[in-house]
Design a protein around this ligand. Structure first.
Ligand code: ATP
Length: 230
């Protein structure tokens, strides 16, 4: 049996070879700047990753259920944690995709495995969240069955609100006023829902998601305007 070849380190860089300039931090290095970079990363994922947009709209629906039907504290915590975990996994998936694309733009089996594994991580979490969500609803079935008027209200105002968020995250080009109308409409509908909400945490979550969707719409418009014509 042949023994594996010993590891030989790569040769040191040639001091004569010109090197690219060192990376300089964009927009500062302070606490505020690092928050802004993280926010930019979140918005970039919402703008460019289709799955992130699906998660965002699904999170709005989860928050509508949570703010319409009284759930236990542990159930609320689990649902919010699941939503955050999916967002986290999708952002990490996006980061890995960028890293792989940076390493190679050609077909590579390792690149495929890395991207597929990252996507599988998101899929597992998404399936788990749906199972947990259904289990929580089944476990609270008596409350759900007795919440007819609340459910009707959430459907009446919540579905148009979800539509507004969906319009904001859609990648298709549209006039600025459409985004403005979707944001204002979404905010007004959320205001109505807030008056009868049974959970301030889920209401706050929906407000945050609306803000995220509006920021993604604004960023998409900026990127489109910055693109050279043609
Ligand atoms: N360099 C590559 N070499 C081999 N296969 C690749 C490569 N890049 C992508 N793939 C394959 O194509 C799939 C889609 O990759 P892509 O970069 O288009 O991500 P995506 O469509 O944004 O994925 P996702 O839907 O997970 O966000 C990957 O899951 C992988 O199977």
């Amino acid at each position: 049996m042949s023994s594996p070849a010993p590891y030989s380190p790569p040769p040191p860089p040639d001091p004569e070879t010109p090197r690219p300039p060192a990376y300089t931090s964009r927009g500062g290095t302070g606490m505020l700047a690092s928050f802004r970079h993280a926010w930019d990363g979140l918005i970039h994922t919402a703008v460019h990753q289709r799955n992130m947009r699906v998660h965002l709209v699904s999170a709005v629906l989860v928050a509508l259920v949570g703010s319409g039907i009284p759930l236990g504290v542990s159930e609320k915590v689990i649902l919010i944690f699941c939503v955050l975990l999916i967002f986290f996994a999708e952002i990490l998936n996006s980061a890995l995709e960028h890293l792989v694309d940076l390493a190679t733009r050609h077909f590579d089996e390792k690149a495929r495995l890395t991207k597929d594994a990252a996507a599988a991580g998101v899929l597992v979490l998404a399936i788990g969240t749906v199972v947990i969500f259904v289990a929580i609803l089944v476990n609270n079935w008596e409350t759900v069955a007795a919440s007819g008027p609340q459910i009707a209200r959430q459907v009446t105002f919540g579905l148009p609100h979800t539509l507004c968020v969906t319009v904001l995250v859609l990648p298709q080009p549209r006039a600025r006023w459409v985004d403005m109308a979707a944001f204002v409409g979404g905010a007004l509908l959320l205001g109505v829902l807030t008056m009868r909400s049974v959970s301030s945490v889920f209401t706050a979550m929906n407000a945050g998601l609306l803000l995220l969707a509006a920021s993604a719409a604004r960023q998409r418009r900026r990127e489109r305007a910055a693109r050279p014509p043609g």
